[in-house]
Design a protein around this ligand. Sequence first.
Ligand SMILES: [Zn+2]
Length: 417
Amino acid sequence: MSDFQPDEESNVCLNCIPDKHLRAALNGDAAVTHCKYCGKLSAGVSVDDLTKEMRDPLERCLAQGDYLGDHSGYPLGEQKGDSLDCILQDRFGFDDELAADIARLLIDNEVAELRGDEPLFVDGENYEWHVQHVQGESSSAWNDFEWRIKHTSRFFDSQCLMLLEQILGAAGSPEATELPVYLLDSEIAGSSVFRARRTESHDELREVCENTETQLAPHPPCLATAGRMNPRGIVVFYGALSPDVAVSEIRPSVGSAVVVGEFIPQKTFRLLDLPKLAASTKPLPDSIFAPNYFDLANRDAILDDFQSQITKPIQPHDQELDYVPTQAFAEYVGNVLGFDGILYASAQHNEESLSDRETGSNVVIFQDSLWIDQPFRPSLLLAADSVEVVRITAVNYHKVVEPFPDDDWYDRLREPV
Ligand SMILES: [Zn+2]
């Protein structure tokens, strides 16, 4: 322990705390004091209280730097990152003396060892800033959800349910009623849903063209295979809001023929607008000390994780178990929150070439919404004159050159180019 002792002289006025969220959090406890750092008499708090307010967010965002060239488990080289003082100055704008005092208190009052954990704040260590750390934390929330759903309960146990309630709101809650809705209705322009079917041979092409109504419709339950948002035997309708997206989503090969048709809604569909929901958490607040920062970052990363999961192509080596987490998410949206389906972004389409966001989107319509009861008929009707056969003449690939793999190579792949 150092000889630093917080006393009346170690008070800081609110004006010397650059972060407005920290100032707001401490404002209620502030009293007129003599500021050690600017020398003025003004409303302030003890440096100890300031440090207590900062500790938890800092613990969630800072990690001790790796040692360069450390392949053997022994520190051979220089440590990555900066000292706590530097980070407190550079990132939060604290004056150097105040930064040193905060760093001292973070280290001296470290209680991790009392909890049996490795202490984070230690003399002489460098620290790296990990906003990805926050995302890493949330990814682990999604990973945990995946694991529980796959291996402990096929349906929602209390923790999975809690996570879904946290992200989407509980049924009937104000959060759930404020979720962004995308309406599909024949009265609203851009409500058609396109569906494409790949054919591999001349016979198959003719079969599809002669029976478009049944061939372009979803398979009957006995033939329905598992998909990212439906278990085997449960029929859902996967489509797109433009014929181009519908075609690219089925990933046809060059030279193959694709049959694409337009379905007109016969009722109003309420879809969860996932891109809008994911965008609602962005940008994240500018400070880790903002109220709800970590809740928002968590929600943001889980929605991104879910979106990237559902837009992944179905691969022949996939196991049905792989789809269970996204199926559970979809089931919550449909059966608990009462949506007819989900609108989600396409990973296949270059959205810059499209006039607006929606045409670049996919939709999934859940089983219960595929039929209208009275009289019993399909809720999406194929426009007979809309069916087209397209031949795939070329497939575009877009690429960027990446450095050789390091630790977070795949994490960076998620970031927009
Ligand atoms: Zn001051």
